[in-house]
Ligand binder design. Structure first.
Ligand code: PLP
Length: 435
């Protein structure tokens, strides 16, 4: 009997070891980590250089409370993070995960509004579907009713606009009119809410699990940035999943040269070695908050030296192994294999993504894009079959009309062509068994 509990009563085998892209359970069964956990382990498991950096830090100190000490590890990681962000975003605040980082971004935005005399701004617009975390603030901006409904009475309702799912709406994502069409929904919502009440728009540059690696239509991201600017609404880019090289650029925003106000990082940022998240924000924004009395927010483990040492070593390894470029090259090669699977398995209705943030969607009809009934639980069945065959892929709980049956195929950025063959062959066999 286990005393542990997570979301469901489903139990998984005990993990014994993990190296590179592979994991072994205590019975010696090997799994290829085809989703990097939950799109976390970007540099693969048990990287010796990261372990060394962590060991060196542990021998120096494992904890220094931020009100008592700065640490070299946190100073250095902050400087390196700022250098990887757009010009003028030189202020970095550390936390221990993605939800904490989203909470921090929202609260920083709110305090900024107060500091500049715009106390009426509090609404944070986000998209549906979307996922920004499970704590109550992050959940309030999450557009996914199966997760939010039970807690609705405990949260302030935040406005949502539709995610730009052009493939479902029969629109061409390469047509600039499509991007403009979805971006206009943001402007309409800002006007409906009253521009003076809108604090921020939070968005993933490329969608994560909730939309199944949704790449926005041409012009969309630039247009939403422009709309935010026009109405004095802060642009928060949630790069928890897209950051740290996953999409073939270090940050997703680089695909469009965006200049957000706040960037949110976690997952691949410390690649699963330790819990770590961060927000990077514009200097003037943080300056106003600090001059206005300080940021009324902070977690005990913030800036933990061990976490920051691991984060710094992860950035080193991403650079040393050229993993951003490998994500772009291997991402294109994996995409090619997923497209080939779609021609063989009519249950696959769409393949999408960027770099190694890739997904395919199971559908009842690939032509009309009709979804499968959620009662079939097809995505989970496929995940379970693949797991039994030694391949880990990731999907999310679906509900009719809210989300589709997406399977995220997002291996560590260290993958080779041989790993991609193993992933594609196993998925091929698993899809055949599912049919
Ligand atoms: N934001 C995005 C885009 C995510 O994908 C996630 C997690 O999946 C989160 C925030 C929340 O991160 P965490 O689970 O580390 O709290």
């Amino acid at each position: 009997m286990s005393h542990l509990f997570y979301q469901t009563s489903q139990r998984r085998p005990l993990l014994d070891q993990a190296r590179g892209v592979y994991m072994w359970d205590v019975d010696g069964k090997r799994y290829l980590d085809g989703s990097s956990g939950a799109m976390v382990c970007n540099i693969g498991h048990s990287n010796p250089n990261v372990l060394d950096a962590m060991r060196r830090q542990m021998e120096k100190s494992t904890f220094g409370y931020r009100l008592h000490f700065e640490t070299e590890a946190s100073e250095q990681l902050a400087a390196r993070t700022a250098a990887l962000c757009p010009e003028g975003m030189n202020k970095v605040f550390f936390v221990s995960g993605g939800s904490e980082a989203v909470e921090s971004a929202i609260k920083l935005a709110r305090q900024h509004a107060l500091a500049i005399g715009q106390a009426g701004r509090w609404r944070v617009i986000s998209r549906s579907p979307s996922y920004h975390g499970c704590t109550l603030g992050a959940l309030a901006v999450t557009g996914y009713t199966p997760l939010t409904d039970p807690f609705a009475p405990m949260m302030r309702e935040m406005p949502k606009i539709p995610a730009p799912r052009a493939y479902l709406d029969g629109l061409d994502p390469t047509d600039p009119a499509t991007g403009a069409h979805y971006a206009a929904m943001l402007e309409t919502e800002i006007l409906a809410q009253g521009p003076g009440s809108v604090l921020a728009f939070i968005v993933e540059p490329i969608g994560g699990a909730s939309t199944g690696a949704l790449v926005p239509p041409v012009g969309y991201m630039q247009a939403v940035q422009e709309i935010c600017r026009r109405y004095g609404v802060l642009l928060i880019l949630d790069e928890v999943m897209t950051g740290a090289g996953r999409t073939g650029r270090f940050l997703g925003l680089e695909h469009w040269n965006l200049s957000p106000d706040i960037v949110v990082l976690s997952k691949g940022f410390a690649a699963g070695y330790v819990p770590l998240g961060a927000i990077a924000a514009r200097d003037d924004l943080v300056g106003a908050v600090l001059e206005g009395g300080g940021f009324l927010h902070g977690f005990t483990y913030a800036g933990n030296p061990l976490a920051c040492a691991a984060g710094g070593a992860v950035i080193d390894e991403i650079a040393r192994l050229d993993l951003v470029q490998n994500a772009a090259v291997m991402g294109a090669a994996l995409r090619h294999r997923l497209d080939a699977l779609m021609t063989r398995h009519p249950i696959i209705g769409d393949v999408r993504g960027q770099g190694l943030l890739l997904a395919f969607e199971l559908m009842a009809d690939p032509v009309t894009k009709a979804p499968l009934p959620s009662a079939l639980n097809a995505h989970q069945r496929l995940v379970d079959i693949a797991y039994e065959m030694g391949l880990i892929v990731y999907s999310r709980r679906t509900r009719d009309g809210v989300e589709g049956d997406h399977i995220m195929v997002c291996p560590p950025l260290i993958v080779t062509e041989a790993h991609l063959d193993e992933i594609a062959d196993t998925l091929d066999a698993a899809l055949t068994r599912l049919a």
